[in-house]
Design a protein around this ligand. Sequence first.
Ligand code: RFL
Ligand code: PHB
Length: 392
Amino acid sequence: MSVDATEVAIVGAGPAGLVLSHLLAARGIDCVVLEQRSREYVEHRVRAGVLEEPSVSLLRSLGLAGRLDREGLAHRGIQLAFDGRRHRIDFVELTGRSITVYGQQEVVKDLIVASSAEIVFDAVGVMPCAIDTDRPSVQYRHGDESHELRCRIVAGCDGSYGVCGPLIPHRTTTEHTYPFAWLGILAEAAPTQDELVYARHDRGFALYSMRSPAITRLYLQVAPDEQLAGWSDDRIWTELSTRLPLDDGFVLNTGPIIDRGITALRSSVSTPMRHGNLLIAGDAAHIVPPTGAKGMNLAIADATVMAAVIDEALHQHRPERLVDYGPACLGRVWRTQHFSHRMTTMLHRFDDDPFRRELQRAELLNLTSSVPAATDLAEQYVGLPFPTLEPL
Ligand code: RFL
Ligand code: PHB
């Protein structure tokens, strides 16, 4: 058994864990990141693509936005399509702010390459111990060797299927599942415009997004138990061209599909977000359906609050400050849950209930004809300010 020590042991090298490691390094706090997957795997996992303005500002302030600023696609708004027509929501006009389209795996690559913290990839059997004492540790195996990492705080940033969340006793999960999933593809096809299109269609929702001037990212609402095998390339393109507003001058380029996957949609929030010296962030604590493009951004927001409480606990000798972590995050978490749920219910096909369908159209009409309604959506989409700790 090899024994090491650090101040903060971070479990998980996703956006939450990696951003936290940089924020701690900037405050002179020592940490080690333990990741169960290989570096190759985490750098190529295709997921989110939209960065809110507060996330971009944070990455810039940490000096981590060099490639993001060169290669990220600045979008000044989005388009909502219904009844075959597109309607623009211009974020810059409504809020003075914009969003950036940049793949989550690119964010992860940038955070890994610039990391001053040790990141242990392929860490197997990671398990925090003694979290309700002031001498916690994390046990894991790497290669043939068993390790113990002694620390003062464990940061559980290990996603929705991680080991940290379940260690919190009396944890309560409030959740909602949706009767559909998303089939997502990456295609070698040049995007034809620089705004996302969220399309409500009687056959189901479709989303037009992108990753670079050569790669389009597209999603289709499918049944919750849908199998990829039932979706030939032809069927995917036919369905996309039916649901996207092609009669409105919108052009969809097709091309070879280089990645595909199905993701179930759900909303959940688990509390408390702390027990003893274990704090939980990102998907390990809450899941949002992807329709609001919020998951990665919420993970980053949690990391900023966690870094602030850890700083106060360790460097200003106020361990009682850890108690404030979850409450400081949860107001914004729930507002974001509400926004993601609203985007989801407004745009997806639920059933053939004509009453619900008309309500969806009324909500879309309201958003696309009322400046206050559009401004509310725009403010939430570009990102609410990150939470801050109440001063003592
Ligand atoms: P992650 O990214 O899942 O990272 C957790 C890390 O922990 C590791 N891990 C462990 N390591 C050690 N020991 C263990 N026992 C471990 N168990 C797990 C995992 O290997 C992993 O590396 O969580 P984090 O950091 O909280 O970040 C959350 C985001 O990844 C997630 O919310 C987003 O991807 C969600 N999401 C979107 N978010 C956005 O902000 N904007 C979007 O546009 C957006 N679109 C999406 C999305 C997610 C999608 N899918 C595939 C779920 C679109 C899709 C289709
Ligand atoms: C994406 O580009 O992957 C994406 C964009 C917007 C969403 C979800 C995913 O709401």
